[in-house]
Design a protein around this ligand. Sequence first.
Ligand code: NCD
Length: 314
Amino acid sequence: MNLVGRHLIDPSNFSLEEIDHILTIARDMEKNTRKYSEVCKGKILATCFYEPSTRTRLSFESAMLRLGGSVLGFSDAANSSASKGESVSDTVRVMDAYSDIVVMRHNREGAPKLASQYSSVPIINGGDGGHQHPTQTLTDLLTIKNLKGEIKDLKVALCGDLKYGRTVHSLLKTLARYENMSFYLVSPEALKIPSYIKEYVVSNYNVEIIETDNLDEAISKVDVLYMTRIQRERFFNEEDYVKLKDSYILTKNKIQPAKEDMLIMHPLPRVNEIYCDVDDDKRAVYFYQAKCGVYVRMSLMANLLGVLDDVDCK
Ligand code: NCD
């Protein structure tokens, strides 16, 4: 397994074996966190965030600190030289000298990919516009693996803003690669999954996809319900957002017909698409999911930095 020095821009950059390897080590990191507490000593993570973030940036920071490394970076384009007109490619060329690995979030689709073409250190895409979010997908996979045992034979509903939601783009592309998976894509007509993603999945993998605007139809049938926020910041006008913002609201009542062991997931932040009365339900796993994000990012960075040779990871 050679992940050393690689970039992670799109989930398809890694094979399923490589993803499973990252998940396996993440599970050991969760159980035996102290064993890894110095593996990144002397290493520096740069967090280049041109867009707001709570979980992604802070879980990357927490992950690097738990591995014994250090962190520097910016959390707002206004605090960086981007506000003076500097290009992503120039910024990243100097990041090489300041750090050993970079995570970048950008409002422009493709910015982390461009950065990877100018960087000699690994670039991780922390979310690029309405495009992809591969490390959220690793987080989601670890959550499912930990709670379901295996990632296969699952019916999954992805619900909400499937047009602009980068988490669901990456998740659908990746889950489709596992054995015997089927999907309900639940969204209003105006927020359907982009056809380039649907066509990619359908033409490459043998999966069943049902597109519907009816959440009730899916809720009793699925093993995983993945809710998402309507992505206000990607709309061209506020009026369209207001029309669609309350499309799906999950309540205690609404999940009555669901399977006993259905997982209710959400990448967070939520606005009002899951009522707080759902939080106490044992099927609601979104806060646990956020915790998985730390271990999977520890594993990802340790693998890309090649610091695990002397550690017994099993
Ligand atoms: C998501 C994102 O930034 O795409 N958040 C996250 O990283 N956990 C989801 C969202 O903002 O809706």
